[in-house]
Design a protein around this ligand. Structure first.
Ligand code: GMT
Length: 375
């Protein structure tokens, strides 16, 4: 099949998922055309059947604001026409689903294609609720041939906010458990761990919903009981505030900010506990990647996290903002080697048995086939 893949190319779960999906579809023989404004972060090596089409936004003095929605529609139209796309699969509704709908309408009599929209999170729970965007998102969901959501939580939220009768399938996020697997990484160990320290880790784009400050507060509490270090991977708007809080709480020498990194499996392989104290999380792909590397997760009980992390088995969940409880869970795990070993094993097992790439990508293939058959 010829598939157009529209996503955000930056450091974020929806772009990561779309890129991994496109790469796996290409390995399975489909032609995959990424359409976005920059090269997707994880699309970093040559692969057969993968093409990248950059969306350019023309500038003109009158066009004070960037016209990305229109430029994207134009590019989708162009790629659909010249590459004879069967399906355009958009990740994150805003503005991708609107742009794709526009392109679909324009090309329907000459080069028709089917539109599949995958909802990821704040496109429904936050940004999509903005009064100006709400009717546009609702319309684009009604006009997509098939809509999928990454968790049952998000499916339910979408119906509550955009229409109880919307047809939405749940296709959970996935991880390649053969790549995300715990390996011995002596160099990373040497660089990150001091003698006798446990490592708490957090990976995100440092947006306010991630509550990275809670990770620092958890570390400060954990350090009352045992020697631990917090390793941050990623970057974003909350980083400076986070660095300030480390100094305020006198833990700056126990916190490492690595910034954006691509060697995630190696880095995750040295973690003892993964922290995800988010305020919103429709799924929590970073938690799944950690679990696949045998790292138990301590997280908040919000959104779709509990569809990924099993409380008291592959990690623990606590109320939003309950830093003391999350710290207690970390101490409990880290001071009990037998329990930690069991949780590690459970985390890996859950990732392999429920969320491996080989189980989930065929679900998307079936969705494309169904869309093309027009069922
Ligand atoms: O919805 C967002 O905030 C953006 C999106 C992203 O691009 O990072 O994140 C969402 O999609 C991920 C992949 O499906 C999920 O793992 C995240 O839980 C989800 N983020 C939120 O719901 C806040």
């Amino acid at each position: 099949m010829r598939i157009g893949m529209v996503c955000y190319p930056t450091y974020g779960g929806s772009g990561v998922l779309a890129t991994e999906l496109g790469q796996e579809l290409a390995r399975r023989g489909h032609s995959v055309h990424f359409i976005t404004y920059a090269q997707p972060m994880r699309l970093d090596r040559f692969q057969e059947n993968i093409y990248y089409h950059e969306v350019e936004t023309p500038s003109y003095p009158l066009l004070e604001f960037n016209q990305y929605t229109l430029s994207l529609a134009g590019k989708i139209l162009d790629v659909a026409r010249y590459e004879q796309l069967d399906v355009v699969h958009v990740h994150y509704a805003i503005p991708h689903a609107i742009s794709a709908y526009l392109a679909k309408e324009i090309s329907k009599n000459s080069t028709p294609f089917k539109l599949v929209t995958t909802l990821h999170g704040t496109d429904i729970t936050l940004v999509g609720l903005e009064p100006t965007f709400h009717p546009l998102v609702k319309f684009s969901l009604e006009k997509s041939d098939i809509v999928t959501a990454v968790s049952s939580f998000l499916q339910e939220k979408t119906r509550q906010s955009f229409g109880e009768d919307l047809s939405i399938r749940v296709i959970p996020n996935f991880v390649d458990t053969s790549i995300y697997t715990r390996t011995e990484c002596p160099d990373v160990e040497r660089r990150l761990r001091n003698e006798g320290e446990f490592i708490l880790m957090h990976v995100s784009n440092f947006r306010p919903v991630k509550r990275v400050q809670d990770c620092i507060r958890i570390l400060a509490e954990v350090r009352q009981s045992l020697s631990a270090r917090l390793v941050f991977v990623g970057d974003g708007p909350e980083r400076s505030d986070a660095e300030r809080l480390c100094r305020e709480l006198n833990v700056e020498e126990y916190v490492t900010f690595l910034g954006k990194q691509s060697a995630l499996p190696e880095i995750l392989s040295v973690a003892d506990v993964f922290l995800l104290p988010s305020q919103q999380e429709s799924f929590g792909l970073s938690a799944l990647e950690a679990m696949s590397c045998s790292v138990p997760v301590v997280a908040t009980s919000i959104g779709g996290i509990q569809e990924v992390v099993r409380h008291d088995a592959s990690g623990y969940v606590a109320e939003l903002g309950d830093v003391a409880r999350m710290a207690r869970y970390c101490v409990d795990l880290l001071s009990n080697p037998k329990k930690l070993a069991i949780f590690r094993e459970n985390a890996r097992k859950r990732a392999v048995e429920k969320f491996d790439i080989s189980l989930i990508v065929p679900m998307y293939e079936r969705v494309y086939e169904e869309a093309v058959r027009g069922e």
